[in-house]
Design a protein around this ligand. Structure first.
Ligand code: GL7
Length: 796
């Protein structure tokens, strides 16, 4: 982007005056941020408009990524990077007496997602724009993001995340593009004088969906795609008055994000949220298509709708509704188009996360959609029972046993179904979706997740970025495969020293952050052992905690640790997930005790960073030495923090699960430390009795006893419950079975860390081989194999 420093400074001063009638020095930091965001937005406004016009003119296929969650992280640093103006802005502001880094910290992190699933959606948007692929997001503009986490007496407390309090500079409200969404009431079909059916809605509750658009800026390519987030409002009508209660009921639909990433209760509001953004999205897509096309003959060739996990699966029925009821197409024609347009990604094998809705609730909330799903179900059975038998068909039909089953609906209505890592896609075919795989084998494929190096290296880790640029040039910015050449360059000891120096500098920066914000001192020479992800039993933060207790007991018995360690956690627990919250309390209690025990003498520290999110990840990941990816094999679909940590030179300590397996293929056994049961081991395990491990293994006994015998203070009830879950209730996630192997792996880490040359080489191999996990490549594969969309810039 061609802009000079002088011009920027001028723009900034003028905008400050326009927005706040203020001089720069008088303005608050938050005002300084908003002025900067507004100036940066202006710099891509024209590209945004031109991108839209070009897509229309060239009639390119448009892809719409429907996701109930997006976790974009801060827009300001990403947009400046992608526009190529960060140095100009930093220097310009400097001359005006402002530190850009302070301003960046003013931007609230839009917490419109829970974890990996929402973050992946945002990485894909960034990658698609950067590759010039016409792909747009469709989601919900939650007024409150994921709760703000604080710890009080070690317990998680959830506070509202009022991220819109000061407005959102990046969004544009487009009232003129609003849609009406119908809920409830009765629907009947009326034949008109031409013999066409029309759906008549009686006593329906109408809600207006107002879109807010955010530009998604591509990397150095003048492409700006769209993220459209919908907000629920009452219909505007001068003659109709609404009570406060009615208004609240409508606003509720887009008020909060469900703070649960796997265990959705069948709540009515959630169902409404899903239909709300799906219906608005589908209607607006058809409407905008119709503005430039006379009929719908080519709709299937020109539009893709991607169903990100089951939450938007009603898109299948909603598109059928719009095509039949509004556009008067026949069932057959509408169905052909729908199958061609829809594709679905599954993100989890956990059975509790495969959504189902009680039929009654579904029928009452979205009656027309229910009718259509019933018809899909009827036709599916009619076709499949003669081929596969009633029993198999019943086991995968969209409606059965009083429930509407969203994953099955998504597969039946799509032409493509993918998992998010090789092993996960395989397990989908073999188990969870096996019945449908037998019927539609050609639909199933794998698309291993990816990450964007622009955010996780260029924005988050400028020190490593500079080193890489100096050593191997900048080609990797556009084509992350080029990182590979760092492997050769890093054979030079000098380069390894520089790499170690970069890591050290990042660790010092994080230690300073911890001191300033959490008032704990940590030693940058210690191993920074990091586990950052949602708190969930299957992710096994508790296994990590067991090892910390082990270390602590070792110190207390007079044996020093081979290396000082800092165990760093970041994790939110779903507010209703009692066990996860008990583990949070345990970690905090342990931290309180260990961090202040004079016997420990700084050999061991626990830092549990509250309110983990994208912006905190950007601070932690560059400083990590060890990346804990220790889920029970077969449970983590892919993982993505594993890739981010790898790219930043952390050594992965992992089970053979999700994408860890592909990372292992990429770096080899010398550069990753693996342990534990494999997927096959877990599947074939006969008669697991965790109590046997407790009674036979003295080390495990000592660790678990510490939970209940007063060794760890202030966890009376939590300690007992956690102990019982592991010993009495048979340890659902096989922690005790994996403990010995995990502890050995940790010892191996200690041994390797004591050989700086060896550790340095491992770091270099990890950075160098992480390029294949770029979401740019992942998105290109989606575009080519699933969406059949244009990929303009072919990258190497
Ligand atoms: C998840 C998976 O648990 C995670 O392994 C995967 O990396 C991510 C993106 O594909 O999707 N599924 C899910 O429901 N959440 C995830 O993070 C919240």
């Amino acid at each position: 982007m061609a802009i000079t420093e002088a011009q920027f400074m001028d723009d900034y001063k003028t905008r400050m005056l326009e927005m706040y009638s203020s001089s720069i020095t008088e303005a608050s930091k938050s005002q300084q941020y908003r002025v900067l965001a507004s100036v940066v937005r202006d710099y891509y406004a024209k590209h945004w408009q031109e991108t839209k016009t070009r897509y229309q003119k060239e009639d390119d296929k448009q892809v719409y990524y429907f996701s109930i969650e997006f976790l974009p992280g801060r827009f300001l640093p990403q947009n400046m990077l992608n526009l190529g103006i960060q140095d100009i802005v930093a220097n310009g502001l400097n001359k005006l007496g402002i530190d850009l880094n302070h301003i960046i910290e003013q931007e609230p992190d839009p917490g419109l997602g829970n974890g990996g699933l929402g973050r992946l959606a945002s990485e894909f948007l960034d990658s698609a724009a950067s590759e010039g692929i016409a792909m747009h997001g469709n989601g919900i503009r939650y007024q409150y993001g994921l709760f703000k986490q604080e710890f009080i007496n070690g317990y998680q407390v959830e506070l509202p995340d009022d991220w819109l309090r000061n407005g959102n500079i990046w969004e544009v409200r487009r009232e003129n593009r609003a849609c009406v969404v119908h809920f409830g009431g009765h629907v009947w079909l009326k034949e008109d004088s031409f013999g066409k059916n029309h759906a008549i809605y009686e006593n329906a509750e109408d809600v207006i969906a107002v879109p807010y658009d955010i530009g998604i800026v591509g990397y150095h390519n003048e492409v700006v795609n769209n993220l459209r987030l919908w907000s629920a409002e009452l219909p505007y009508n001068e003659h109709q008055r609404y009570t406060l209660a009615e208004k609240q009921k409508v606003n509720e639909i887009t008020q909060i994000l469900y703070p649960d990433d796997s265990n959705y209760e069948g709540r009515l509001l959630r169902l409404k949220q899903e239909y709300f953004f799906v219906s608005a999205g589908v209607q607006s897509i058809v409407r905008s298509y119709r503005r430039h096309h006379r009929n719908l003959d080519d709709f299937g060739e020109k539009i893709s709708i991607h169903i990100n996990d089951t939450h938007p699966a009603m898109a299948v029925a909603e598109l059928m509704r719009v095509l039949m009821d509004n556009e008067s197409l026949s069932w057959e024609k509408a169905w052909n188009i729908t199958e061609q347009v829809m594709s679905y990604t599954n993100h989890t094998l956990l059975s509790e996360a495969l959504e189902t809705w009680p039929e009654d609730m579904f029928a009452q909330t979205v009656p027309r959609i229910y009718q259509i799903v019933q018809e899909i179900d009827r036709r599916f059975r009619l076709k499949m029972v003669p081929l596969y038998g009633a029993e198999l068909v019943q086991s995968v039909a969209p409606i059965a046993d009083g429930y509407v089953r969203m994953a099955y609906l998504a597969v039946i209505g799509s032409h493509s179904v993918n998992g998010v890592a090789k092993i996960h896609s395989q397990l989908l075919q073999d188990s969870v979706l096996n019945g449908l795989y037998r019927m539609y084998p050609e639909r199933f494929n794998n698309k291993t997740n990816g990450i964007t190096f622009r955010r996780w290296l260029e924005v988050a880790n400028p020190n490593l970025t500079n080193l890489l640029d100096n050593q191997i040039g900048q080609k990797w910015h556009k084509s992350p495969h080029f990182l590979r050449s760092f492997e050769v360059v890093a054979k030079d000891k000098d380069v390894l020293k520089k790499l170690a120096a970069v890591k050290h500098r990042n660790k010092v920066a994080f230690a300073n952050y911890v001191q300033e914000h959490l008032h704990e001192r940590i030693n940058p020479k210690a191993i920074f052992d990091v586990q950052i992800k949602r708190l969930h039993a299957y992710k096994r933060q508790l296994l990590h905690v067991m090892y910390i207790i082990d270390e602590y007991l070792q110190i207390k018995s007079g044996q020093p640790l081979p290396n000082p360690r800092v165990h760093i956690f970041g994790a939110k627990a779903a507010p209703s997930y009692r066990y996860a919250k008990q583990i949070i309390k345990l970690i905090n209690a342990l931290a309180e005790q260990i961090n202040h025990d004079p016997d420990v003498k700084n050999q061991l520290k626990i830092i549990f960073v509250p309110n983990y999110g994208v912006s905190l990840a950007e601070k932690i990941i560059p400083a990590a030495d060890v990346s804990e990816q220790i889920s029970l094999a077969g449970k983590e679909a892919s993982g993505t923090s594993n890739m981010k940590l790898m790219a930043n030179g952390a050594i992965t300590l992992a089970t053979m699960d999700g994408a860890n397996i592909e990372m292992f293929d990429a770096v080899g056994s010398e550069n990753m430390v693996t342990f534990g049961l494999t997927v096959d081991d877990v599947e074939n395990y006969q008669n697991y009795h965790s109590a046997d491990f407790y009674s036979k293994d003295q080390r495990i006994q000592r660790i678990l006893n510490a939970l209940v015998d007063g060794t760890i203070k202030d966890i009376e009830s939590e300690g007992r419950d956690i102990f019982n879950s592991l010993v009495q209730y048979n340890d659902q996630y096989f922690l005790l079975a994996d403990y010995e192997s995990y502890a050995q792996a940790q010892e191996k880490i200690d041994m390797l860390y004591q050989k700086p040359d060896c550790w340095g080489k491992m770091m270099a191999y990890n950075v160098a081989n992480s390029g294949r996990f770029s979401s740019d490549y992942t998105v290109i594969r989606y575009a080519e194999d699933i969406w059949h969309a244009k990929v303009p810039a072919s990258i190497e």
